[in-house]
Design a protein around this ligand. Structure first.
Ligand code: ATP
Ligand code: MG
Length: 343
């Protein structure tokens, strides 16, 4: 039962767990846009079922779902070229997620570093969903037989778990090749954008302080202020990128600059060699504003018409179901579930 005879297929998602950050843009959305129109099927999801693994106020969740959708659209995801939808409208995700809960092993889940980070010292009080989330993520990907998963560095372990789940399913059910082995695609200079106040932590939408992240919807003054206050060391920029290896905050700002300007981090260091932060930070802020403000203006415009966003997501969900449902049905058959009609 081999089954990988389709064009390469890309799947990725973003949680509506807060407003989008520069990390989400550079590590995910910008790369999703670049992947579009390259001869691959592209499927992009607002993964709302993942968002509720931690508490979300219902009205905030609805708003954040539309805002993530607006972020995709404003950045250049074309709903005619890509399948764009929110996860909960395609019930096959939850169904395959359950099957995978019965494939994934507790020992595997216990190794997931993101759960440990998010749960902190309070693991006992976390939802079962937060613990099981990587198994649902495996379902999101494998439900479409996706072969490529563009993500930030922090999601690498979950894509590897997805491969383990696919391999164990194929092996246990003697369904060789049914689920493909998806590749994590982690490329470019900004695969792990760091927190502006603490260069050892990644920038996150759900982080505590607004000053630690750039939001895609921040205005020019706010972006300038946040970069100005971003933590750095006192030394100027060095001659070579290698010299930044022990300077995480400095390296982060260089990586952001490189990604925003579509050059390499090495080229940025060459251009600014010897410059101090008083010169580099305002240049970075101007660059970020010039790239983000057209996007945030378009997001603003889109958010004024939530019904239109919902219509786009609904249409995307219809297309997603057309791909997902036959794969789910075959999975049920493989597992031995009886499927029938009353006719
Ligand atoms: P949360 O704090 O709720 O987990 P998040 O900012 O981590 O939110 P996710 O929805 O978990 O965002 O991730 C969406 C995508 O953005 C993933 O591909 C993830 O790897 C990528 N991503 C998230 N943060 C960063 C970052 N700081 N740098 C690069 N990519 C990132
Ligand atoms: Mg995250």
């Amino acid at each position: 039962m081999t089954d990988v005879a389709h064009t390469p297929r890309v799947f990725s998602g973003i949680k509506p767990s807060g407003g989008l950050t520069l990390g989400n843009y550079l590590g995910a959305i910008k790369r999703f846009v670049e992947t579009q129109g390259q001869g691959m099927d592209t499927i992009y999801c607002v993964v709302d079922l993942h968002a509720i693994t931690v508490w979300q106020d219902p009205a905030d969740l609805r708003n954040a779902t539309r805002e993530v959708a607006a972020g995709y659209l404003a950045s250049g995801i074309d709903p005619d070229q890509s399948v764009l939808f929110n996860q909960s409208q395609v019930s096959a995700h939850a169904e395959l997620g359950w099957l995978f809960n019965c494939v994934a092993r507790l020992g595997w889940m216990n190794r997931m570093t993101q759960f440990k980070e998010k749960a902190g010292k309070n693991a006992e009080k976390q939802s079962l969903g937060l613990y099981a989330y990587p198994s649902l993520m495996a379902a999101d990907i494998l439900l479409y037989h996706a072969t490529h998963v563009p993500v930030g560095e922090d999601q690498k372990q979950h894509v590897e778990l997805t491969r383990d789940i696919a391999a164990k399913f194929n092996h246990d059910y003697k369904a060789d090749g049914f689920f493909p082995m998806p590749e994590p695609v982690i490329e470019g200079p900004a695969t792990r954008v760091m927190n502006l106040r603490d260069g050892t932590k990644k920038m996150s939408k759900s982080g505590e302080s607004d000053m630690e992240r750039i939001n895609m919807t921040d205005d020019a003054a706010t972006i300038a202020k946040k970069f100005k206050k971003a933590r750095t060391d006192p030394a100027p920029l060095p001659e070579t990128y290698k010299e930044l290896s022990e300077r995480p905050e400095a390296r982060n700002l260089v990586d952001i600059y490189a990604s925003l300007s579509d050059t390499s981090a090495e080229a940025v260091v060459t251009e600014y060699a010897g410059a101090g932060w008083g010169q580099f930070k305002p240049a970075l802020a101007d660059l970020a504003v010039s790239k983000l403000s057209p996007i945030s203006e378009e997001m603003d415009r889109l958010m004024k018409d939530p019904a239109e966003i919902d219509r786009i997501l609904g249409k995307g969900a219809d297309r997603a179901r057309e791909i997902a449902n036959p794969i789910l049905e075959r999975t049920y058959d493989i597992v031995g579930m009886v499927r029938s009609t009353g006719a």
